[in-house]
Design a protein around this ligand. Sequence first.
Ligand code: PBG
Length: 323
Amino acid sequence: MFPIHRPRRIRKNEIIRKMVRETSLSPDDFIYPLFVTFGKNTRKEIKSMPGCYQESADNIVKHAKEVYSLGIPAVILFGIPEHKDETGSGAYDPKGVVQNAIKAIKNKVPELYVITDVCMCEYTTHGHCGIIKKGDVMNDPTLNLLAKEAVSHAKAGADMVAPSDMMDGRVRAIRIALDSEGFSEVPIMSYAAKYASAFYGPFRDAAESTPQFGDRRSYQMDPANRREALKEVRLDIEEGADIVMVKPAMTYLDIILDVRNAFDIPVAAYNVSGEYSLIKAGAKLGWIDEKLLMMEVLTSIKRAGADLILTYFAKEAAKILNK
Ligand code: PBG
């Protein structure tokens, strides 16, 4: 007896495989992270993230042009300020690193959509995402600072703000502040289900934001929790989030799927630094095929339900997709 069902028939060659492919990636799906630092003509490769750099605003503009020319519609900016302090005042300094970079990009590459990461950890001496009192991160006093930071990004010309701090109530605080300052059209993409993950290790080198004591487990989510992600996402949507994010991505595909199924607003997923660096390291050792693995991972994230993918691979993947 020969089998009636032969799924292999429609896998015979690339033409038919392409025709029945269920998921396709496009550069339009990507958001590319950039690390802005102070000074001029600075470009320092991040050791644990080959191919990623800390750059001063002048070089960020050149980089932004390259990103745009590859068909990637958006970047997300992270700041590494010259001076840090207890309250992270660099975060809402009108002349801060991110504020300057937004203006520079908008001046030279106005078509590129500029998103900013809104958080305190890159700007505080202690490296936590909020104000510290008696060794604890204070929720409510931090909200005002996050709102101030978001407004200052909008004033500089940011198209969208993305709070990543995981304080309770921050989406609402930011929404109210943006609206009352005349930025009711600036959307919020919230890092809604953000887990306390060891995959952020290389990013903390890049952003110089490693907490100087303790860890982030009193505000970021426990990796063991699945239902709680839906609660976090629901609250952020109720508070006014326009896009919700799941982070990390690769090991949280179940969460992306749950969020996609439960809500009807766009879902973003952050393919984080450790996910990138592991692939880069494996490739350097010659143990894996970097390009194939990169495309497989990005496709899987999309297949799970992400509409948008924040990824350090954006440029390399776009080059392949544009061929
Ligand atoms: C800031 C922030 C982090 C990341 C994005 N925004 C680090 C953290 O929470 O420690 C991680 C991004 C990455 O690992 O690529 N709160």
